[in-house]
Ligand binder design. Structure first.
Ligand code: ADP
Ligand code: MG
Length: 498
């Protein structure tokens, strides 16, 4: 038997769907309200009230299914999951046990590459199904008693259940990142983890490499950050390996995670489905999902981010890093493509500006950190961006044509970002136009070459040291106040030095 261990992970991801109203009630929901402000008689489960399915929530769930290539069944239905706990005023949660809204599907992930600028391995993670349920209220406990806030009760919650296809904490992080990008780009959910809009249960087991049977798993509930999921998987897999190596058996149990102490703990023995006495909810009729609805929603499925990444690298010759940065934000990628349409010969040049300078300025403006672990989808707004795509294309065009140098382009960009003026107008107003007058420039180059101060560099260049030529470029730039076209300087130097 092998000594090496394999980790097996399946995730149950709960995401709050992007809707105006709650899933079975017309009360609105959102963050930062006073406790119990966003409730109504249905949310509170008052006698005589009946749930009404929110079409927007169902459509967002179907859209998720289409985004991950799932099957959308002809009908779905809701069940009551019965339990007695004050986070839910009805004493049951409406969920979908036997007829979920989507079946199957798959999500492409990318593992970290050997280095930041190198593409990592791609892999597909299968989705088992996703079901649409209601979120529950929040309890807060203190010495004198417990308080309950039903603002979150009834918020549409999509539970996305993966197959046990993930093999490491890194794969689980990559999966959640890819999922968040897909959900946000399609407008299915905002996935703001700081607001608790994405929570995750991690099922973890270990087995010896080569074993075909899955090991006994534990399920850690309610992880509310991607780093929490990662840390929990590392902790739990180590714990299980140590247990087995010590000759003990793994108990199938439900666990909690203490993020502050980076430790897991036992919550309870695993509950069984029959513990909840599930039965079909008699108040909500089975919902038929028409093919017209499905076909209409198909039109809202955006290009898959990794398809876009491949297209940028293969068709537009973008470097991997720029392509990866752009695809993480749909609005930015769309913006980039509009710019490329205005200057198609240098997509890589435009990408470089968009993925670096523009993104940096925009995130400084909105005060968000780019690409942090907890915000895989870059949160920037292009609405307030004064530079329009065609204007950035104009800047790149001016550089490509040698009208301004790369250095001058930086100055022009800064001005464009703060004023929204055209690149050419700024170049003219600042008198930045590069000196491309061959006659005048040739005179200056000849003067510099004649200066005894550079004789040594010239001799080295003639002796075969290519780089020695660079020592002459500084003095030429200085004499032209930085306006000389560097490409022309180089050509003239080589010509005059023979
Ligand atoms: P339950 O409904 O009892 O929680 P499911 O069979 O629906 O169980 O599985 C829930 C999650 O656990 C799924 O994501 C699945 O991939 C994962 N899972 C099931 N068995 C294992 C295992 N042995 N190791 C790791 N994950 C597992
Ligand atoms: Mg479960």
């Amino acid at each position: 038997m092998s000594d090496a261990w394999e980790i097996v992970i399946g995730l149950e991801v709960h995401v709050q769907l992007h809707t105006r109203a709650k899933v079975f009630a017309s009360a609105s929901w959102g963050f930062g309200k006073e406790p119990n402000e966003q409730v109504d008689p249905v949310v509170l489960g008052l006698p005589g009230t009946l749930p009404v399915v929110n079409r927007e929530a169902v459509e967002k769930a179907i859209l998720f299914g289409l985004v991950v290539d799932a099957e959308i069944p002809e009908q779905c239905a809701w069940d009551r999951k019965n339990y007695f706990y004050p986070d839910n005023p009805k004493n049951y949660q409406l969920t979908q046990k036997d007829f979920p809204v989507t079946m199957g599907g798959k999500v492409e992930i990318e593992l970290p590459g050997a280095a930041r600028n190198i593409m990592g391995e791609h892999k597909w993670i299968r989705i088992h199904h996703a079901h649409l349920e209601e979120d529950v209220g929040k309890l807060s406990h203190s010495g004198s008693g417990s308080l309950v806030d039903y603002n979150r009760a009834g918020v549409p919650l999509l539970e996305i259940v993966t197959e046990p296809d993930l093999r490491s904490a890194a794969e689980a992080s990559a999966f959640l990142n890819a999922l968040v990008v897909k959900l946000t780009q399609a407008g299915v959910a905002d996935c703001d983890m700081e607001k608790g809009q994405l929570r995750c249960d991690a099922n973890v087991s270990v087995r010896r490499v080569g074993d075909t049977q899955l090991g006994t798993r534990t399920e850690t509930k309610n992880l509310n950050s991607i780093s929490g999921v990662r840390d929990c998987i590392i902790y739990e897999s180590k714990r299980q390996i140590a247990q087995i190596e010590a000759g003990n058996k793994i108990t199938q149990e439900t666990r909690g995670w203490n993020a502050e102490m980076s430790r897991g703990y036992v919550l309870r023995d695993k509950e069984d489905a029959h513990d909840y006495r599930y039965f079909p909810d008699p108040d909500i009729p089975t919902l038929k999902i028409s093919r017209e609805t499905v076909n209409r929603l198909k039109k809202h499925v955006p290009e898959a981010p990794f398809d876009r990444q491949r297209r940028y690298i293969e068709k537009l010759n973008l470097p991997y890093t720029a392509a990866s940065v752009l695809i993480a934000d749909k609005a930015l990628a769309d913006w980039f493509e509009t710019a490329v349409a205005a200057h198609p010969t240098n997509a890589a040049g435009i990408a470089n500006w968009a993925a670096n300078d523009l993104l940096r300025e925009l995130s400084a403006q909105s005060g968000t950190e780019v690409g942090s672990d907890e915000t895989p989808a870059v949160k920037i707004s292009l609405d307030s961006c004064l530079i329009k795509p065609a204007q950035l294309a104009g800047l790149v065009k001016l550089t490509d044509e040698g009208v301004i140098s790369k250095q001058q382009a930086k100055e022009v960009f800064t001005e464009m970002f703060s004023t929204g003026k055209d690149a050419l107008a700024i170049v003219e107003a600042k008198g930045l136009r590069q000196n491309s007058d061959t006659g005048e420039l040739e005179k200056i180059v000849a003067e510099v070459i004649a200066d005894p101060a550079v004789a040594k560099s010239i001799a080295e260049y003639r002796a075969g040291n290519e780089k020695a030529i660079n020592a002459l470029k500084g003095p030429i730039m200085k004499r032209t106040q930085g306006k000389a076209n560097p490409v022309m300087i180089d050509q003239l130097l080589r010509k005059l030095l023979g």
